[in-house]
Design a protein around this ligand. Structure first.
Ligand code: LLP
Length: 402
């Protein structure tokens, strides 16, 4: 048994009716005592633990953290200190990464709509790798690098055309996807590259989607992509990095870290089995798996409203801070900070002027009263990073637990 698995535990439990999140009694936290708006409480320790897990895969060349999942500066600085790189999708994310101490050589730049300004910045600063997602983008890159007379290392993001069996809004590798190139684009790509003095092909990349729960889909993707990688490498000797993307999912209904670790171990074993004969460097671009578990959102019950069929719990936090349930029908567990006896079925909603501002249509929780606090679990990925000021509601305030 691996050493890390002995650290597995339930992230949430109650002690004397008080919710404990990874060792922290949330109700007693000074930020909850002085509560005046919804909070996001982060645990750096949990992020550190994930970095250690992923890096246990010794053949992993580099872990690039997907900044889009969580762009909290404290978390990014921790990730930087651990020697990881970043996967970014905009000039804003590049500039933030540089501010947090990452070097241009740590930056992998993805995204389907890179502007001329963004490409110039990437070339000027000699970032590590830019992943190309369309023929038109490659033409633009070739043109700009010729004008600037500066080289750029690129990767080709290719669609393995596998079904990620995830929510359609987060599946990315199907044939008519806006993301990535298809294999039939390759001959045109190669002609463009052969004519370019400055654009250097270093990597082949794929990303099948996000919140992928079935690890066998990664095996399918690797088995499709590996022959393509080898074939391209036989013609472009500069290619030496295989970029495996991100996308490993989590069970949002279960908070035993042993099950997360088990899923990562399965994926690592798939990579070890399928890639061990390759001398190349491997990259991963993981977001959710690194940070989703590392934060909880704390909100307050404002009103409890009885309708004919429902008991509606109206919170002070809404879809402006946590859009995932509305956009992907995602489940986020809710835990009262103080446990009261008895259970009740609630519809849990936010305060926004939108009928879709609903976290749960029907969830059984321990009894709650107006003024009580609740923690919304797994709020470390794609929560605050997707937040808006819609209705001019405040964006959650960051609090650091350790
Ligand atoms: N690499 C690329 C090219 C990506 O597009 C993404 C995520 C990642 C890596 C990181 O994927 P992860 O390991 O985090 O699954 N807002 C959605 C997820 C959108 C994912 C977008 N791309 C959600 O809340 O579920």
């Amino acid at each position: 048994m691996s050493e890390m698995s002995t650290k597995s535990r339930e992230l949430f439990h109650y002690q004397h009716d008080s919710l404990i999140f990874n060792g922290h009694a949330l109700f007693d936290h000074v930020a909850v005592k002085n509560y005046d708006q919804p909070l996001l409480l982060h645990s750096s320790e949990l992020v550190q633990e994930r970095i250690n897990w992923v890096k246990e895969w010794k053949n992993l060349g580099q872990l690039h953290f997907a900044v889009k999942s969580n762009y909290d500066e404290t978390i990014l600085k921790l990730i930087q200190k651990n020697g990881c790189g970043v996967d970014v999708v905009s000039l804003g994310e590049i500039q933030l990464a540089l501010r947090c101490g990452f070097k241009p050589q740590d930056i992998l730049f993805s995204g389907v709509g890179k502007t001329e300004k963004e490409i110039r910045f990437a070339i000027e600063n000699q970032i590590y790798q830019l992943n190309v997602e369309s023929i038109s983008e490659l033409k633009r890159i070739v043109k700009i690098s010729n004008q600037m007379e500066k080289k750029l290392h690129i990767g080709l993001r290719l669609n393995p055309e596998v079904d990620a069996k995830t929510h359609p809004n987060i599946a990315t590798a199907l044939e008519d996807s806006k993301f990535g190139l298809n294999t039939r684009d390759l001959s045109e790509v190669e002609t463009l590259l052969e004519d370019s003095k400055y654009v250097i092909l270093k990597s082949i990349s794929f990303h099948i989607g996000s919140q992928v729960m079935d690890t066998s889909i990664f095996r399918e993707a690797v088995s499709k992509m590996k022959p393509i990688y080898k074939d391209i490498k036989s013609r472009f000797s500069s290619v030496d990095r295989f970029d495996l993307g991100g996308g490993l999912g989590l069970n949002y209904r279960d908070h035993n870290t042993a099950n997360d670790y088990e899923r990562w171990t399965q994926l690592r074993q798939i990579y070890e089995e399928t890639l061990s004969d390759m001398p190349d460097y491997f990259l991963v671009e993981i977001g959710r798996f690194m940070v989703a578990r590392s934060a909880v959102m704390v909100a307050q019950v404002q009103y409890i409203k009885k309708t004919k069929n429902k008991t509606i719990l109206i919170l002070d936090v809404g879809m402006n801070n946590l859009l995932r349930p509305m956009l992907y029908q995602a489940y986020h567990q809710i835990y009262p900070l103080k446990l009261r006896a008895g259970k009740h079925s609630y519809m849990v909603v936010g305060p926004l002027c939108e009928s879709s501002d609903v976290f749960h249509a029907d969830i059984e929780l321990n009894i709650l009263h107006e003024g009580d606090f609740v923690a919304i679990a797994d709020a470390g990925a794609y929560t605050k990073s997707m937040a808006s000021n819609y209705n001019l509601q405040p964006i959650v305030k960051d609090i650091y637990l350790d």
